[in-house]
Design a protein around this ligand. Structure first.
Ligand SMILES: Cc1cc2nc3c(=O)[nH]c(=O)nc-3n(C[C@H](O)[C@H](O)[C@H](O)COP(=O)(O)OP(=O)(O)OC[C@H]3O[C@@H](n4cnc5c(N)ncnc54)[C@H](O)[C@@H]3O)c2cc1C
Length: 467
């Protein structure tokens, strides 16, 4: 019997365990995770900080699941070394776990800025971090979030939603500069300001103090809660110490195999074709490929890379961004609509008649159509402006379940198309929960829930079933 050992019980590791069990009950599976919690949906931690979800609601697998599926799960156990010679991993509590196949799913860790006092501030990566933030937020009167990327924006919005005045400090000239152009960043900042977040960009934090942060130039921004959201770094130490090839992440091929054929790496710790992904959809696709290979279900299974859509999960701020959003008219055809007073900004970037990037801020109903064009590289309509205003009659493509083609990807995180949802409905699933149970749509970031509801509602209506 093949002994499969998985290091890391986060979103990639936990998915791999269930993908393996969905295919095979004979592989002997052991998953070892440093966190003491049952695996949880890290993507939803922003909702926990915002108070819209409880920690129990973000769990990925029930405690009983492991016993029911003959999986050994060691929680709160850190793997400290890989002995490739004898094919075993060693743990901090003195165990030695032999493997035939080893999968590293060690994820990323929060980067702390190299300034005095950073170690005493709070990072935002784990459920433990969330609990610490929430405990401190209860007694705090003012918060500072350092870092205006996706996580910083979500943390700041979440804390402001709890009634705390928040200052969001960001080094770059505009928020979420990796995903957004300058104007979108500015509109986002204005939207956040209306929601109680003071945004300051282009500022350098020089020290984290007991009562706030000190900026370059000497100004102090007062706060009794400081949250750091300064980026993440892949956890590659184990792999590096074992002599595996590591660049920014652990280097893998299309089988997600490292340069040791019995060791794979998936999720945020892995580097595939030069890319380290920071979103969950690639991690879950990679887990499926490894499950196919390890169980022998599909020996031809390969991972070919992902095209990513980033969605913000912050109450009252609709934002989706994909692809090459920074291109200008010099390099591409750019269609843009901006209405700052309403917090709206939309941009399409088209090259050679194909959508290569898009930003939707303030209103994201077109995201499904744009994602489909972006994903599939289909030609955009001759007058692409209709894509920006899907609700207006006569526009080129309406974002309605009726017009959406079966191939349109509805759930980005789980790679579920409208056609799969329809098939699932046809085999008896009559509400979103049943569709989620069968296809996993909506169970990642949850951003597609409205669309899934729309499709299910429309199918029911067609058949005259009341919903
Ligand atoms: C607040 C927040 C919001 C996010 N929002 C989104 C979003 O909207 N959309 C999206 O797609 N992605 C989002 N992400 C990113 C997403 O959560 C990650 O892409 C995903 O969790 C990656 O999964 P992973 O398993 O590779 O890493 P992780 O989920 O980090 O899991 C790695 C696990 O390995 C364990 N580990 C590490 N080293 C060892 C060791 N030596 N021994 C044992 N265990 C070890 C760690 O403790 C951890 O539990 C968000 C992340 C955060 C923090």
């Amino acid at each position: 019997m093949t002994r499969l050992v998985i290091v890391g019980n986060g979103m990639a590791g936990a998915r791999l365990v269930s993908e393996v069990r969905a295919r095979d009950r004979h592989v002997k599976v052991t998953v070892i995770g440093a966190e003491t919690w049952q695996p949880y949906n890290r993507v939803l931690l922003s909702n926990v900080v915002a108070g819209t979800m409880l920690p129990d609601q973000v769990r990925l697998l029930d405690p009983a699941w492991y016993a029911d599926h003959s999986v050994t799960a060691l929680l709160g156990v850190e793997v400290t070394a890989i002995d490739r010679e004898t094919q075993a991993v060693l743990t901090a509590d003195g165990r030695r776990e032999p493997y035939d196949v080893l999968v590293l799913a060690t994820g990323s860790e929060a980067v702390l800025p190299p300034v005095p006092g950073a170690a005493g501030a709070m990072a935002f990566r784990t459920l433990d971090d969330c609990r610490a933030i929430l405990a401190a937020a209860g007694a705090a009167r003012r918060a500072v979030v350092v870092g205006g990327g996706l996580l910083g924006v979500e943390a700041a919005r979440g804390l402001a939603g709890r009634g705390l005045p928040v200052t969001l400090l960001h080094l770059a000239g505009h928020l979420m500069e990796r995903q957004l152009d300058a104007e979108a960043g500015m509109v986002l900042g204005e939207t956040l300001a209306e929601l109680g977040v003071e945004v300051r960009t282009g500022v350098v934090v020089e020290e984290i103090l007991g009562d706030g942060v000190r900026l370059a130039g000497g100004e102090t921004v007062g706060a009794d809660l400081v949250v750091l959201a300064c980026g993440v770094r892949p956890v590659t130490g184990l792999a590096g110490d074992a002599g595996l090839e590591v660049a920014r992440g652990i280097v893998v091929d299309d089988e997600m195999r490292t340069d040791d054929p019995s060791i794979f790496a998936i999720g945020e710790c892995a580097q595939h074709d030069g890319t380290v992904y920071g979103l969950v959809a690639p991690a879950w696709e990679q887990a499926a490929v490894v499950a196919d290979l390890v169980t022998g279900t599909d020996k031809t299974s390969r991972y070919r890379g992902s095209r990513l859509v980033t969605r913000l999960k912050a109450r009252s701020v609709e934002l989706a961004a994909m692809g090459e959003t920074h291109l200008t008219e010099d390099d591409a055809e750019v269609v843009r609509f901006s209405h700052r007073a309403r917090g709206t900004y939309r941009k399409l970037v088209i090259r050679d008649g194909r959508l290569v990037g898009a930003i939707l801020l303030g209103e994201t109903s077109a995201v499904g159509t744009l994602t489909q064009l972006f994903d599939r590289g289909s030609p955009v309509p001759a007058d692409p402006s209709g894509l920006l205003f899907p609700g207006i009659s006569g526009s080129a493509v309406a974002e309605s379940p009726v017009r959406m083609p079966d191939a349109a990807k509805v759930c980005q995180c789980n790679n579920v198309t409208k056609g799969q949802i329809r098939a699932c409905w046809e085999s008896g699933a009559r509400d979103v929960e049943a569709v989620a149970a069968a296809t996993r749509a909506t169970t990642g970031c949850g951003g597609c829930r409205d669309v899934v509801e729309g499709i299910v509602g429309w199918l029911c209506e067609q058949e005259g079933i009341s919903v």
